[in-house]
Design a protein around this ligand. Structure first.
Ligand code: SF4
Ligand code: SF4
Length: 404
């Protein structure tokens, strides 16, 4: 894989026939059609990116490698509720009417399993095989506004954009930082909100804001006579790419359509989180609701696997049968597993009650002290993918209305 940095053409790249209007800059909005979007995917591959985008597979929308427009989930929408997810027919020909599914971009920035290093016996000594320094340059296509917020949260956890200060014990995760630096982000604004969405009560919005860290952001105009996408430029990288694609100038009709789509999505938020939940939880660590939720929770960890901000991991060493090779691997783990809280002699959170309370109070309360924000972006995945339909917003509401 070649690196994509600097390979998208110079700032003097000539726009092809079809490009109109004044020169584009960061913040500029233009409109492209389906052919333009097809060219974008082709161009990304040509300049060395691996496009990752939405696909309909096994009854859900997942983020996987894509090669062309035909890989996108054409005409699909979804229905979501506590413990329920269904793909349904959406607007004919639409690409992005679905909402967030069970995968999130974290699997590409913080992979579920990752080799940290290995070692091989050589004579009387051994050689260390450091993890491959080269990482893929992904182009993420279809990143939602809540997912951009989730990336910003994980950036803080893994130290992306932060100076290391080893003397003070501050280290960044080199693999995350390398993947994140290379990743190109093509966001997509939500045309609707689902019954499990509550991004607006976590400080988010269904439509991206210019400071959220995207390279390009698309607003899909549902196919009528034409199928078009308003494209906003969010970075220099995005600008260089857009310069190589056909587009037309934006009109007030286009911006009005996008604004009305955003208003509609905001009005459809299916859930909400109490604004003062951070302090409510701190006051209610002994609330009887923790017993109630523990009687329903299976401790299956689904909620943490689908959550785009959860980052618990474990490290395992394995050795081959001859004892000549060994490797250390990091894998996703969960605060819902008993082993995760095992400290010599026993687990400090042996009951589901303490594990659920740990997850929810960390996510919504202690996270503020650690990272300066909530750990929840209101994507609703943990509600949809909980097999028994436990709803973080409902647990929060009950504790707030019946607690101290
Ligand atoms: S806690 Fe639930 S709603 Fe919040 S970010 Fe994680 S999965 Fe999404
Ligand atoms: S809250 Fe739901 S998804 Fe999370 S561990 Fe419990 S049963 Fe599993």
């Amino acid at each position: 894989m070649t690196h994509a940095h600097g390979s998208t053409g110079s700032s003097h790249a000539k726009a092809p026939a079809g490009a109109k209007g004044s020169p584009i800059a960061i913040g500029t909005k233009v409109v492209m059609d389906e052919a333009g979007l097809a060219s974008l995917i082709t161009l990304l591959t040509k300049v060395g990116y691996q496009p990752i985008g939405p696909k309909a597979r096994d009854g859900a929308i997942v983020y996987e490698e894509i090669e062309s427009l035909s890989d996108l989930p054409v005409g699909f929408a979804d229905e979501q509720e506590g413990g329920k997810y269904r793909l349904v027919a959406g607007t004919k020909g639409s690409f992005f009417e679905y909402l967030v599914g069970p995968t999130s971009w974290k699997r590409y920035l913080f992979p579920p399993t990752h080799k940290l290093w290995g070692a091989e016996q050589k004579g009387n000594g051994f050689e260390i095989d450091k993890a491959k320094a080269d990482v893929p340059a992904y182009a993420f296509i279809g990143v939602r506004s809540c997912e951009l917020n989730a990336m910003k949260i994980q950036d803080k956890v893994f130290g992306f954009g932060r100076e290391d200060n080893n003397g003070a014990g501050i280290f960044s995760d080199p693999n995350y930082v390398a993947r994140r630096s290379k990743a190109l982000i093509i966001a997509v604004n939500c045309s609707r909100a689902g019954k499990t969405c509550f991004c607006t009560s976590m400080g988010g919005d269904p439509h991206v804001k210019e400071d959220q860290g995207f390279d390009l952001a698309l607003t899909e105009f549902a196919p009528q006579q034409t199928h078009e996408f308003m494209v906003e430029v969010g970075s220099e990288r995005g600008r260089l790419i857009l310069e190589l694609l056909p587009y037309r100038a934006v009109t007030s009709h286009d911006t009005d359509r996008a604004a009305s789509q955003a208003r509609k999505a905001r009005s459809e938020m299916g859930r909400k989180m109490p604004p003062d939940i951070k302090d409510v939880l701190k006051r209610n660590l002994d609330h009887k609701r923790w017993d109630d939720v523990a009687s329903r929770c299976l401790s299956c960890a689904n909620c943490t696997m689908v959550c785009p901000t959860c980052f618990c991991s474990t490290v395992q060493d394995s050795t081959n049968l001859t004892g000549e090779k060994t490797e250390r691997t990091r894998s996703w783990d969960s605060c819902f597993s008993v082993d995760f809280s095992y400290i010599h002699g026993g687990a400090i959170r042996p009951e589901t009650k303490s594990r659920y309370r740990q997850w929810m109070t960390h996510k919504l309360s202690n996270w503020h002290e650690q990272y300066g924000s909530s750990g929840c972006v209101g994507c609703g995945r943990c509600i949809t993918w909980c097999p028994v339909g436990i709803d973080i917003t409902e647990e929060a509401r009950v504790i707030k209305t019946t607690g101290k």
